[in-house]
Ligand binder design. Sequence first.
Ligand code: G6P
Length: 367
Amino acid sequence: YRVDKGNHRHFMAKEIHEQPEVVGRTLAHYIDMARGQVVLQEALPFDFARLSRLSITACGTAYYAGLVAKYWFETLARLPVEIDVASETRYREPPLERDGLTLVISQSGETADTLASLRYAKSQGQHTLAVVNVPTSTIARESSAVMPTFAGPEIGVASTKAFSCQLTVLLCLALAAGRARGVLDAEHERAIVDALITAPGLMAEAIKMEAEVEGLSREIAKARDVLYLGRGTSYPMALEGALKLKEISYIHAEGYAAGELKHGPIALIDESVPVIVIAPHDAIFEKTVSNMQEVAARGGRIILVGDARGAAAGLDTLATLTMPDVDPVIAPIVYAVPIQLIAYHTAVFMGKDVDQPRNLAKSVTVE
Ligand code: G6P
């Protein structure tokens, strides 16, 4: 790896653009293309079939990757998942079954709260599995098994390529768990693997929307508050979109489950609050559409991030970012791109230091 900006203005831009390549590299490690199957290179010290629950813990963007994975493990492997931010897990001291499994996710492998939660899980006799980007890190060393991401060095403080690689590994793990638990047959697994290997190409397509996102960012930059909405796996993506935007542009942003809008945030909606809706064409798309109608009816300015079918839904939007059609299972991996580009271009337009945002550290090794 060349750890320089190449011909990009910022590391963050370079890292966003690298995603088709590093997600492809990560897939090459976890997928047997010929057999259309996930292969885990490392033997696991536990059996997914015998688990009654999976506990996930992480911080920041890695936590949102875990929140997406909760949906995958539940639907593809029928494995109950509990997840919390590591700063809570470590002091909650949740009851954990002996021989159960704790999954920790960390780009750096050095985050103090995540490490403390890992150590707590071990003290309870749990197996531990780490999804990390730095294989020599403390978290990698102390976990009973390691599933590496192949994002390469990530320099920008706001995580981008590490996140999409975490999602990629987590989906592969969910597929392996689904097979082990007898939930996914070979045909179903192959169908999802076939979809997964289209992710790098689709991410490259999404990156082509950059000029359009840049134009839109000038509108977002005027806002004091921004709402991000989504359902299903797009709900954690809405949380991640809001986190990215606030981290580097310092605009107040909130992610919400679209169906929860009526229980509070709808009160905030007026023409000054852009509402960014993450809405790939999935099984709950129509539900999200009705939430968008509620926003439009109150004068809200919707920015729809969806595909051509969303664009054709006749919604009253300020703008639509038309994404390529994606299999809904892999949507989070591909939709990571527009949410990163929105945050990046908004912050650049506002003249913020995107690679080194104020008050934030790349790796939080103290409490
Ligand atoms: C910091 C970084 C975030 C990152 C989080 C967790 O807050 O600014 O980008 O998501 O730590 O870091 P980790 O290395 O454990 O993934």
